[in-house]
Write a protein that binds this ligand. Structure first.
Ligand code: GLC
Length: 549
């Protein structure tokens, strides 16, 4: 396999609003990231993905872009970004931006013009379709629930535009070559600017199947889940190959698709090293799971199903090791330490085992900000404490489906993605050292105990364990990047074990000791001080990770 710089990537995801505020306005910014580069270098990562920093009304916190060529003032400006890229490069760290081109903001110039004249040039940049005065063109339910169509004009109008996320995020019409060219030119401008590539947002939705009108509804709202009609539809490959040809192929860049790769065909289409649309795609097998909302009665069954899913994906990618990006946390889900084990099992060992089991799989590991210090959910008091349109919409929807306000609130308090968006807890000073102003989103009050500064001083902290994990990956780089993968002890309930070449990664996903027969030579790393190993028997402690040669 031809070696590329990003094969050895160890990624770190930044949600810029909540990472570090450098100017006291309560919102994280680009200079805040630059100020924390030493911290990130010391952690050991070498690739950063920054969630959208472009000009945006912030309805979906930056995933609604009103100018693709400008940085939103609250984050700084292009000069700041240049400095960040240069300073990061000096430390061997590359910067990825977030490419959000399934939709724009309704405040984008294109859309504002389109609304004025849906028949004109910019009308063709979006999907305007006719329904009737009372019914939209079809009954698709959007990803953030509710109809995917919004009416244009007065109540007698029969014209609608498509938005599969919020109504402030109209979908871009990829069928229009003029729109596609605008996108390619913009992508090339950013690559020329010096970014190392992109995480590509919601890109499997850019092709829509409009070949029917209404479908039988699947809920009382009369709508039908639209995802089946805008998820990797036939023909999407032409758009994505053109995108690749016109942009990425001309640069030594890295692209990471936020796409559904839940079967072999999709994995191959998206990430085949030669013909694939992107270099890598996320395996969401561990992220999109929540022990509470899945009504699991015990941790073991939950972990067994995660094991099955991770292993299936590992085996599906065959020998092409780098195709996957492995994550346990991101900005779209609550914190892993809160969603993966029951309260009585929440501790240092379970939190570190969750990453230990994932970090050495085939693929590129990404850490989400705050994960390395074990940041937790911050339960809210009432529904209005949430700030995310999807949370509020889901709440309305649950009420509509007959849940009581308490039930709906409790459910969201357990699973809302906003738990991941509280500011990073840097130290025990006011607001966790995130800002000297009023934070845009309340800091989790547990910052007094859980913060980076405390953990830097404590050799047994989670932060220092993460440093060891990263150092271990780097030390055995060839094995973890290019080595083969083989499950071990697969049929022992509660054990998630695998071998990468000659290195064993054994995880006990239960709160009891597990005895294993195993022949190994040298201990590399564990999240416990002691490893109980004698005469070819290993006793793995509750939630212990052991890495052996
Ligand atoms: C992606 C982002 C998510 C956003 C959505 C719409 O899934 O990760 O945060 O809300 O796209 O752009």
């Amino acid at each position: 396999m031809e070696k590329k710089w990003w094969h050895e990537a160890i990624g770190y995801q930044i949600y810029p609003k909540s990472f570090m505020d450098s100017n006291g306005d309560g919102v994280g910014d680009i200079n805040g990231i630059t100020n924390k580069l030493d911290y990130l270098e010391e952690l050991g990562i070498n690739l950063i993905w920054i969630c959208p920093i472009f000009k945006s009304p912030q309805i979906d916190h930056g995933y609604d872009i009103s100018d693709y060529d400008e940085i939103d003032e609250m984050y700084g400006n292009k000069d700041d970004l240049k400095i960040l890229i240069d300073e990061a490069n000096k430390r061997g760290i590359k910067i990825l931006l977030d490419l959000v081109v399934n939709h724009s903001s309704d405040q984008h110039y294109w859309f504002k013009e389109a609304i004025k004249n849906p028949e004109g040039k910019y009308g063709k940049y979006y999907y305007f379709k006719r329904g009737t005065k009372d019914t939209p063109p079809n009954n698709w339910r959007g990803i953030f629930s509710g109809s995917s169509w919004e009416k244009v004009g007065d109540e007698n109008s029969d014209l609608y535009y498509l938005h599969i996320f919020t109504k402030e995020q109209p979908d871009l019409n990829w069928e229009n070559p003029e729109l596609r060219q605008e996108v390619y030119d913009m992508v090339n401008r950013w690559l020329d600017f010096g970014v190392a590539g992109f995480r590509v947002d919601a890109i499997n939705h850019i092709k829509k199947d409009f070949s029917y009108k209404n479908l039988p509804s699947d809920r009382a709202d009369g709508l039908v889940n639209g995802i089946n009609y805008f998820n990797s539809e036939p023909g999407i490959e032409d758009f994505l190959q053109e995108l690749k040809r016109e942009t990425f192929d001309k640069y030594d860049c890295f692209t990471l698709g936020e796409v559904d790769i839940s079967n072999e065909k999709l994995i191959n289409e998206y990430t085949n090293p030669i013909t694939g649309h992107f270099n890598s795609a996320f395996d969401f097998g561990q992220v999109h799971r929540n022990i509470f909302t899945e009504n699991c009665s015990n941790t073991v069954d939950f972990m067994e199903s995660i094991k099955e899913s991770l292993f299936k994906t590992q085996q599906r990618v065959g020998n092409n090791n780098i195709r996957l990006t492995n994550v346990i946390d991101n900005h779209d889900t609550c914190r892993s330490v809160d969603r993966s084990v029951f309260a009585e099992d929440k501790n240092f060992y379970s939190a570190t085992m969750l990453v230990g089991m994932n970090f050495f799989l085939k693929g590129i590991p990404f850490i989400y900000q705050g994960q390395e210090i074990g940041m937790t959910n911050f339960p809210k008091e009432k529904i209005t404490d949430f700030k995310d349109p999807t949370t509020l919409r889901q709440y309305e929807e649950m009420i509509g489906l007959g849940k009581t306000p308490d039930e709906a609130f409790n459910h969201l308090n357990q699973k809302s993605r906003e738990h991941a968006r509280t500011p990073v807890q840097w130290d025990d000073s006011e607001n966790g050292g995130f800002t000297t102003g009023t934070p845009w989103f309340e800091v989790n009050p547990n910052y007094k105990e859980i913060n980076a500064s405390n953990q830097m001083k404590d050799s047994k902290s989670m932060l220092n364990y993460y440093k060891k994990l990263i150092a271990c990956r780097k030390k055995y780089n060839e094995t973890f990047v290019y080595g083969n993968f083989r499950p071990v002890f697969k049929h022992i309930k509660g054990v998630l074990g695998y071998k990468r070449n000659n290195i064993f990664i054994i995880n006990n996903c239960t709160n009891k000791d597990i005895k294993l027969k195993i022949k190994v030579n040298e201990l590399i790393l564990s999240n416990y001080d002691e490893v109980n190993f004698s005469k070819r028997t290993l006793v793995v402690k509750p939630f212990q990770t052991v890495i052996f040669k």
